[in-house]
Design a protein around this ligand. Structure first.
Ligand SMILES: [Fe+2]
Length: 393
């Protein structure tokens, strides 16, 4: 059977790489950049640093500091309108997933007429090429610098949706671990778990492919080695570099293979309860691993063993599932990730909206030929995963 994966855009990787942003834009023939970031990135002084680098290279800058978490469609449209009215010839996104996804949407709208809703979808979205986009992540989690699309909140329907196509493609990712040195432990933990979920879910996706088999595994190995270190000591440069690489590999791994149950649930927790993306996606990871072990035993075993589980060679799938689940739960405790029960108002509220929405989203995706979960997605399955995550983690 044919599988699909994306060859990622070029990535400039390493400590100090951000200093080359201006020179890279000059090579692309650019003169005026829309620089997209949020107030947190501004407060950390990172956007000012990038703007200084661009100015030194002779690039004019138009700042857009209105990025919001779970980017609402209207804020992305505002960024695109600013870029179009200022006639910029490139976009630079600086920040976490929300900033990079807003930058992708802004790029798209510079060459394609609004509203953004015309370009919702994952595959088969027709867009015109637009100006170059440089994506500079400041967290190690999203991998958005390596993915060909973004996630936007459709405020009319109150759901998260995707934008995709050549119109929002990244031209160059500049991945500089130095930009993550000042991240607080809680952000390092939640974004790091996002990277881990990208790797674990793409590795076990119904659309897993030859690339996710390699990059997903390597990403899991890097997270197992470096996430606890990066959370405990933010100045640990090797750990920061390892997590940045894990994040980028996670982005490559999920391009094509995509994510499944943990992200499906996490997106719903984000849209309904404003749970931060990494926390929401990780909240049910132990139970998801246990649920999929019977159909993805070899990959689940790899996950468990990467985090130190000792399994006999002939371990049955339920033993493998429990070992993977325990390993994920142990990691979450070690990095002080808040459990699901601390993220939502209560179990009954959770069960009254999330299973329904996850099933609806998966059914909609299936209508477009996109099936990622290795198990049939039913209300019963999602309710069981949520209930156990709420009570056990
Ligand atoms: Fe994610």
């Amino acid at each position: 059977m044919a599988s699909i994966w994306s060859a990622p855009n070029p990535i400039l990787f390493g400590f100090g790489a951000a200093a080359q942003t201006g020179a890279e834009l000059i090579k692309l023939g650019c003169k005026k950049a829309l620089v997209v970031f949020d107030k947190g990135v501004a407060a950390a002084g990172i956007s000012a640093r990038i703007i200084r680098i661009l100015s030194h290279a002779g690039i004019q800058t138009v700042p857009f500091d209105g990025v919001l978490a779970d980017p609402p469609d209207w804020s992305v449209e505002a960024a695109g309108a600013l870029g179009a009215s200022e006639k910029v010839d490139c976009v630079v996104g600086v920040g976490g997933g929300s900033s990079l996804d807003t930058a992708k949407g802004a790029k798209l709208l510079i060459a394609n007429p609004p509203p953004l809703s015309r370009y919702y979808g994952r595959e088969g979205v027709v867009t015109k090429p637009s100006v170059p986009l440089i994506a500079i992540p400041t967290t190690a989690g999203t991998g958005s610098e390596c993915t060909p699309g973004g996630v936007i909140t459709d405020t009319k329907r109150g759901i998260k949706t995707n934008i995709a196509g050549i119109g929002c493609a990244v031209t160059l990712g500049i991945v500089d671990p130095e930009l993550t040195l000042g991240l607080p432990p809680s952000v390092t933990a939640s974004t790091g778990m996002d990277a881990l979920c990208h790797c674990a879910e793409s590795l076990t996706s119904a659309r897993a492919n030859a690339v996710s088999a390699v990059t997903g595994r390597e990403g899991i190995a890097l997270v197992s080695k470096y996430l606890v270190r990066a959370v405990r000591d933010g100045s640990d440069r090797a750990a920061r570099e390892g997590m940045m690489l894990a994040s980028a590999l996670g982005g490559i791994s999920m391009s094509g293979a995509l994510c499944h149950l943990s992200h499906d649930i996490g997106r719903s927790l984000g849209a309904k309860f404003h749970v931060p993306h990494g926390n929401g996606c990780a909240a049910c990871l132990p139970q998801v691993l246990e649920a999929i072990a019977p159909v993805k035993a070899e990959q689940t075993r790899y996950f468990a063993e990467s985090f130190g589980a000792a399994l006999p060679p002939n371990a049955p799938p339920d033993e493998i599932g429990r070992a993977a689940s325990d390993a994920a739960r142990r990691l979450m405790k070690e990095i002080s990730l808040p459990p699901l029960r601390e993220l939502v108002p209560g179990l009954s509220g959770l069960l009254s909206v999330v299973p329904e929405e996850v099933v609806m989203q998966c059914e909609m995706a299936a209508k477009n030929g996109i099936v990622t979960s290795p198990l049939p997605v039913t209300r019963e399955l999602i309710s069981d995963i949520l209930t156990r995550a709420y009570e056990e983690n």
